[in-house]
Structures are given as structure tokens and as C-alpha cells.
Design a protein around this ligand. Structure first.
Ligand code: ADP
Length: 272
């Protein structure tokens, strides 16, 4: 048989080696293109707020500082640009840490209903300023314990609810849950501008924005959903979105149901 013929075996191995090698080189090439594009994107994104802040500060130095009204307005704008720069750097660091595996997930059992409440409390003000209401789905009044990274899931929800506020002009935002077997589906629904079908996959890419000016106006970095996707995937889940232009969007993901503290204590007792 062929497998016992050493020459043929070696030939076959050389052939496979060649094929694997080609694939490796192809992958490296793709990575290199990606790295270069990413660097170009990052440089461009960093330039925008720096350029703006620079403009305001230099105009002030060139004389505008003497006019009390102009002074305040320009300082405010410079400050906003610097705040945007700060968010961008923060998001970039988070993304790179997640991608290089520097950030480890800390799984624990916690009540996602409490987490959602905290997120809503944090963002309610922002929503009210735009005349929007945030509602919590009350069909599950009881605690829902999940097994996940509590801090990262908190940030995921902050990101999704912040986006819902940014991209909604009137109506409401709803945070809710659907329990199915040993999983809970968490959703954030809005009555906002929606996302065109051709962009639905792309919104999770770094720096992709449907409407650049709207995103930047509200301090968006274009990295929020890329981070959300990474975090949700680190929980072995997918982030899903259903959206209709001018009607609204619904972002959702699933988490495994965990145990309550009482249940864990009960189990610990049984083990003793
Ligand atoms: P940004 O900082 O621009 O908000 P994200 O990564 O959070 O970046 O989102 C990427 C893009 O996806 C946004 O620029 C926006 O066009 C779109 N998007 C995200 N969330 C929503 C939403 N709830 N409704 C409509 N569009 C959204």
C-alpha cells in the first residue's frame, strides 16, 4: 500500500507542507495589509480631534482670547475635542488589550437585572435631555443570575444603551430579557434612526459609521461595537442586531444562566 512506501509518504508530506506554507504566507500577507490599514485608520482618527483642539487654541492665542464670549466658546470646543481624544485612546487600549489576550475574563454569578438597572440609572439623565425615556422590561421581576464577566457585561450594556440614546431622536429605549432554558437573551431596543440592511454586518468593524457626522457630534469613537462584539464573543455568544431604517434597532446577546448566591451556598453545604 502507498502509506508504507517511504518515498511516496515523504512526497505527500512535502506536498502538504507546501500547501500549508502557502496558506501561512497568504494569512501573513492579509495580516500585514490589515495592520497597515488599521494604522492608517488610527492615525486619521487621532488627527481629527488633535487638529480641532489645535485650531481653537491657536486662534485663542492669536487674539481671540481677548473677547470674553469667544474665549469661553472656543475653550469649550477645545475641551470637547480633547474629551473625544481621551475616549478614543481609552477604546483603542481596550480593543488592543482584548485582542492580544492581555485582558482575562473574570467569570462570576451575578444578577443581570440589577446590572441593567445600574446602567439605566447611569444613563437616564442623558436620555431625558433628549426627551427620551428608558424603560426596563418588567416581565421578569425576579433576579436573573448569569455566569459572566460582570464588569465587562456592564460596559457592553452601557455601550448599547448609549448608542440607543445617540441614534434615537424620539420615542423610547427598552432594556429587557427573555429566559429560554439555561440561557437568557438580553436586548436593548430603540425607536431610532435604524441601520440600512447593507451596513448591518459592517457596524461591528472598527471605525465604521453609518453617519460620520452624527457619530462624531455625539462623541462616538467608532470602536464601541467592535469592543462589544469581542466581549460578547469571549462569552461564547454572538451579538445580534435587527434593524429597520427610521423605525429602530434591536441589539441582543445570550448569556448562560448562573446560580444565585443562595443556591451556591446550598450546594457548598451539600458538599461539606
Ligand atoms: P460610534 O462611536 O460611531 O457610535 P459604534 O461602534 O458604537 O461607534 O457604532 C458604529 C456605528 O453603528 C455607529 O456610528 C452608527 O452608525 C451605528 N449604530 C450603532 N448603534 C446604533 C443604533 N442603536 N441605532 C442606529 N445606528 C447605530
Amino acid at each position: 500500500s502507498t502509506s508504507t512506501n517511504p518515498l511516496k509518504r515523504i512526497n505527500r508530506e512535502i506536498l502538504t507542507f507546501g500547501v500549508n506554507r502557502n496558506k501561512e504566507i497568504e494569512d501573513l500577507r492579509k495580516l500585514e495589509v490589515f495592520r497597515r490599514e488599521f494604522l492608517a485608520d488610527v492615525s486619521h482618527e487621532l488627527k481629527t480631534p488633535v487638529f480641532a483642539a489645535q485650531g481653537f487654541v491657536h486662534t485663542l492665542l492669536d487674539g481671540a482670547v481677548d473677547d470674553k464670549k469667544v474665549r469661553k466658546r472656543f475653550l469649550k470646543r477645545a475641551a470637547k475635542s480633547l474629551d473625544n481624544l481621551d475616549s478614543l485612546i481609552h477604546d483603542l487600549l481596550t480593543l488592543s488589550q482584548i485582542e492580544t489576550g492581555e485582558i482575562k475574563m473574570h467569570f462570576e454569578h451575578f444578577d443581570i437585572v440589577v446590572t441593567a438597572r445600574e446602567v439605566i440609572d447611569q444613563l437616564e439623565n442623558k436620555a431625558e435631555k433628549k426627551g427620551l425615556t428608558i424603560r426596563m422590561d418588567t416581565s421578569y421581576p425576579d433576579p436573573i443570575f448569569v455566569h459572566a464577566d460582570a464588569i465587562r457585561i456592564y460596559r457592553v450594556l452601557v455601550n448599547l444603551v448609549s448608542n440607543a440614546i445617540k441614534y434615537t431622536d424620539k420615542g423610547s429605549i427598552q432594556v429587557g430579557f427573555e429566559v429560554e432554558d439555561d440561557m437568557v437573551q438580553v436586548f436593548v431596543r430603540d425607536t431610532g434612526v435604524g441601520i440600512p440592511p447593507e451596513d448591518l454586518d459592517r457596524i461591528f468593524e472598527r471605525f465604521f459609521r453609518v453617519d460620520k457626522s452624527r457619530s462624531k457630534e455625539s462623541g462616538g469613537t467608532g470602536l464601541g461595537l467592535a469592543i462589544v462584539k469581542h466581549v460578547v464573543e469571549a462569552h461564547n455568544a454572538n451579538i445580534n442586531v435587527v434593524s429597520t431604517v427610521n423605525e429602530g434597532s434591536n441589539f441582543s446577546f445570550k448569556l448562560p444562566i448562573g446560580q444565585s448566591t443562595a443556591e451556591m451556598e446550598e450546594e457548598a453545604k451539600l458538599e461539606l
